[in-house]
Design a protein. Structure first.
Length: 399
């Protein structure tokens, strides 16, 4: 196992001559790339090394969570170096896939199972998410106009960016599918005069949003309810879905698009804000098991294809990849500033898991295949829409 890992380290050096890395084995032997390593990986046993070779990122992540290996220095740099040799894409052996299969099948996002999948991630406690989110409690990619603005400003700018794309006007009805803690719906009602409905499968998000809406005096214009998108009926001028589509699952993409087509008025505008990929690739088993059970990152062609099959016309696609990387970096900074509180809420293994999740996600947006797409679409053709994007960026446009 040691020789196999040495070979992997050698491949990293060949792939990136500027790499600065140290690997310390269980017997004290150290292998270095570069003179001043930015990050050191310490393996505490030969068994851990075997899991890394056999299971790829899954083996690494589980060993990191348990403390069987240690990372000293820049965790994102270690993850980046792993990407250079596609370590993050190493797939489990056939035997390991068989072991993982029952868990995958049990977490498919059926109507019955979806609430449990959502609760696994989002119902860890509003107090926990408040440790690293901004005051708007927005848990999705922000929009950085300058690149150095505070997180809360960037999140509100994201809501404005979406509102401008949707051409939101006073009195229109807006549906937010997977509304989280209600940020977009509240912003749209307060600043654009819409009436609307938000749906979520997180009990804690639903209760939090309801309290905030009432506190702001917006309960006569918007509400948030606990409901699956597949059970929803009605008709809306505009539809938005931010950071929810990743939970739909590959099998249910056609169902989602058909439902959106049914709910959106003819000619109405919708915006899908989702993590995705440019090409199809296997879903990371660690993320499925520990972070987002039932999750699936769709590739751009299958999104647009199923939109077209459901009568939805794609108008604009924007990739906010680096915006999400910065968002995650700020979340990670906030998390580390409050890590003692997180550890008191859970335990050290959880802290390691969440640290890895935030940093691996950021690294994936910076260096791997992960993208953040905003897709603007209409329900059928609408020949009355602006023919340029100028209305999105003009500062003082009033609709």
């Amino acid at each position: 196992m040691k020789e196999a890992l040495k070979h992997l380290v050698g491949r990293i050096g060949q792939a990136d001559p500027r790499a600065q890395l140290a690997v310390e084995f269980w017997d004290g032997q150290i292998v270095k790339i570069g003179d001043q390593p930015l990050v050191a990986l310490r393996l505490k046993s030969e068994q851990v090394a075997g899991r890394l070779i056999a299971q790829g990122f899954l083996g690494f992540a589980e060993a990191y969570m348990s403390g069987e290996l240690e990372v000293e220095g820049d965790l994102q740099e270690l993850l980046r170096l792993g990407i250079t040799v596609q370590f993050d894409q190493l797939q489990p052996t056939f035997r390991e896939k068989l072991r993982l299969l029952p868990g995958y099948l049990k977490t498919r996002s059926t109507v019955k199972r979806a609430p449990s999948n959502i609760a696994h991630h989002y119902d860890r406690g509003n107090e926990f998410y408040a440790l690293y989110l901004d005051e708007t409690m927005t848990y999705s990619c922000a929009y950085f106009k300058r690149g150095d603005e505070p997180l809360e400003v960037a999140q509100r700018d994201k809501y404005d960016h979406i509102a401008r794309k949707l051409l939101l006007r006073p009195g229109e009805t807006l549906l937010d599918i997977g509304c989280g803690w209600g940020g977009m719906l509240i912003h749209a009602a307060a600043n654009y005069g819409v009436r609307g409905l938000g749906i979520t499968l997180s009990r804690q998000q639903c209760e939090y949003a309801g309290r905030k809406i009432e506190k702001l005096g917006l309960q006569d214009r918007i509400e948030v309810v606990f409901e699956d998108y597949r059970d929803l009926a009605g008709s809306f001028d505009k539809i938005v879905s931010i950071g929810m589509f990743e939970h739909v699952g590959k099998h249910y993409i056609p169902v989602f698009m058909k439902k959106v087509s049914e709910l959106l008025k003819p000619g109405g505008l919708g915006l899908l804000h989702t993590i995705g990929k440019e090409i199809e690739s296997p879903t990371d088993p660690w993320t499925l098991r520990y972070i987002f059970p039932g999750g699936y990152l769709p590739n751009l062609p299958e999104i647009t294809s199923h939109m077209g099959k459901s009568g939805l016309s794609v108008l604009d696609v924007e990739n906010l990849r680096l915006h999400y990387a910065r968002t995650l970096d700020l979340w990670a900074q906030n998390f580390e500033a409050n890590v003692a509180k997180a550890r008191a809420m859970f335990d050290d293994s959880f802290v390691r898991m969440w640290r890895l999740y935030l940093n691996a996600s950021s690294t994936g947006f910076k260096y791997a295949q992960i993208r953040l797409y905003q897709l603007l679409f209409s329900n059928g053709l609408n020949n009355q829409l602006p023919i340029t994007r100028e209305h999105i960026y003009e500062r003082h446009v009033k609709f």
